[in-house]
Design a protein around this ligand. Structure first.
Ligand code: SF4
Ligand code: SF4
Length: 195
């Protein structure tokens, strides 16, 4: 084996490491310094990629996967029926809920006979994969293009229904996350899904 090089085995590949002596010029580090400076200078003439957040905000895609929303139906009733499919599909085990039975006088609050009396998402666990949104059979949970704000305490990242359920007078538009076929289907009030 050549004394100037050492062969190191990395899995089934190999990499040759050179130990050859540096020339006088190289020992001054001048070529390396000039090369580094030329790279730095070349960036002066390139398009600026840094965004001055928070003064400037980057526009998000309509299907960006940010903070969740629990949707109400057209009549303002909670769509979630506490089936648990979102929690089951969540790879981060971020969702917990408690199911309850709807009372006779709660029909204008909850769309289905069963609803989530408690629904929580731990935003520190969530990886914003969107699996909960895909799993939901009631179109009750969607991710949105809203950012989860920073907090000082871990407990403040556990979002309950007070944060997640959309407000009647401040609906969150998720139509851009749905395909035209789904939106057309939703117009058909003869389907039990849309009643
Ligand atoms: S986005 Fe993914 S990780 Fe976050 S709550 Fe939904 S399923 Fe869980
Ligand atoms: S959000 Fe959807 S999937 Fe999750 S419990 Fe409610 S109805 Fe079921």
């Amino acid at each position: 084996m050549n004394q100037d090089s050492t062969k190191i085995s990395l899995t089934n590949r190999s990499k040759v490491v050179s130990n050859k002596k540096m020339t006088l010029l190289e020992r001054f580090y001048l070529p390396a310094v000039l090369k580094g400076m030329s790279i730095t200078l070349s960036h002066f003439f390139k398009r600026e990629v840094t965004i001055q957040y928070p003064e400037v905000k980057r526009p998000f895609s309509d299907i960006y996967r940010g903070m969740h929303v629990l949707k109400l139906d057209d009549e303002g009733r909670e769509r979630c029926t506490a089936c648990g499919l979102c929690a089951l599909s969540c790879p981060a085990e971020a969702i917990t809920m408690i199911a309850a039975e709807r009372k006779e006088d709660e029909k204008d609050l909850y769309r289905e006979e069963k609803y989530a009396s408690k629904y929580e998402i731990n935003m520190l666990r969530c990886i914003f994969c969107g699996d909960c949104e895909s799993a939901c059979p009631k179109e009750a949970i969607f991710l949105t293009n809203r950012i989860v704000p920073s907090q000082y305490k871990r407990i403040d990242f556990i979002y309950g229904k007070d944060v997640l359920v959309e407000k009647k007078d401040a609906r969150v538009d998720v139509s851009k996350r749905q395909t035209p076929e789904v939106l057309t289907f939703k117009q058909d009030k003869s389907k039990s899904h849309n009643k």
